[in-house]
Design a protein around this ligand. Structure first.
Ligand SMILES: [Mg+2]
Length: 223
C-alpha cells in the first residue's frame, strides 16, 4: 500500500535552467585562471561540495576571483529564482494527492539557494517533508537522504512511491532502500539519462499522470 509520494525537484517538478546554467558556468570559468578542460575537471570534482555545503567554498576551490564571487553567487540565485516554476499540473497534482490522503515528500540534490528561495516558490507549503542536499549534507543516491525523508514523513520506505527524472542514480537509490520508483520523462522523448532508456519500472510523461498510477493506494501496473 502506497502511503507517501516523494518527488525529485530538478527535471521533475521544475525544469533545470540549461542555458542560464551554461552561461553562468562560462562566467565562472572566465573568473578563474583555468583552461576549459581543467575547469571542467575541477567542476566535476567539486560537485558534491557544491551540492552539500556553502557554494562560496566550492567557488573558491574552483579558483574564482574574490572580487566577482558575490556577483556570481547573486547571478546563481537569480537563475534559480527564475527556474523554480512548477511544471504544468504539478501544484494541482500535489494538492489532489494530499486530498486523497497521501503524505508528500520532496528530495532534491541542490545548491544552497534552493532552500533559501523555497518559501517564495509556489511549491512551498505543499509537502509534509522537504529534504535539500545543501542543508542535510547527504546526496542521492545515498540511503541516508531517502531515509531522512521517510523519518520526517513517518512512513516506511516500502510505502513510498519515488518520482524522478533519474539524475544521480536516484531511481535505483530509492529502490535500494525499498521504495518503488517511477521514471519521469517528456512525452515523445527518451529519458534524459541514457542509462534509463531501458527502465522497466513504471513511467510517466507528466506529473498529473502520477494520480493515475495509484488510483486506490496501489500501483496500477501490478508491481
Ligand atoms: Mg532531477
Amino acid at each position: 500500500m502506497i502511503q507517501a509520494v516523494i518527488f525529485d525537484l530538478w527535471g521533475t517538478l521544475v525544469d533545470w535552467p540549461v542555458d542560464p546554467s551554461r552561461a553562468l558556468n562560462e562566467r565562472l570559468r572566465l573568473a578563474t585562471p583555468h583552461e576549459p578542460a581543467e575547469f571542467e575537471r575541477l567542476f566535476r570534482d567539486t560537485y558534491r561540495r557544491r551540492e552539500t555545503g556553502p557554494l562560496v567554498d566550492a567557488y573558491r576551490l574552483l579558483g574564482v576571483r574574490e572580487d566577482v564571487l558575490e556577483e556570481l553567487l547573486d547571478q546563481r540565485r537569480e537563475n534559480t529564482r527564475a527556474a523554480l516554476v512548477p511544471q504544468d499540473g504539478a501544484v494541482e497534482t500535489l494538492v489532489e494527492l494530499r486530498r486523497r490522503g497521501y503524505r508528500l515528500g520532496m528530495i532534491s540534490v541542490c545548491t544552497e539557494e534552493v532552500p533559501e528561495l523555497w518559501p517564495e516558490t509556489p511549491l512551498h507549503g505543499l509537502f509534509d517533508a522537504e529534504v535539500f542536499s545543501a542543508t542535510c549534507g547527504h546526496m542521492k543516491p545515498d540511503a541516508e537522504i531517502y531515509l531522512l525523508a521517510t523519518r520526517k514523513l513517518a512512513v516506511e520506505p516500502a510505502a513510498c512511491l519515488y518520482v524522478g527524472d533519474g539524475a544521480n542514480d536516484e531511481l535505483a537509490g530509492a529502490e535500494r532502500v525499498g521504495m518503488t520508483s517511477v521514471l519521469v520523462h517528456r512525452d515523445g522523448e527518451e529519458p534524459v539519462w541514457p542509462e534509463l532508456r531501458d527502465w522497466a519500472g513504471p513511467r510517466v510523461t507528466s506529473i498529473p499522470q502520477v494520480l493515475d498510477l495509484i488510483p486506490n493506494g496501489t500501483l496500477t501496473d501490478g508491481r
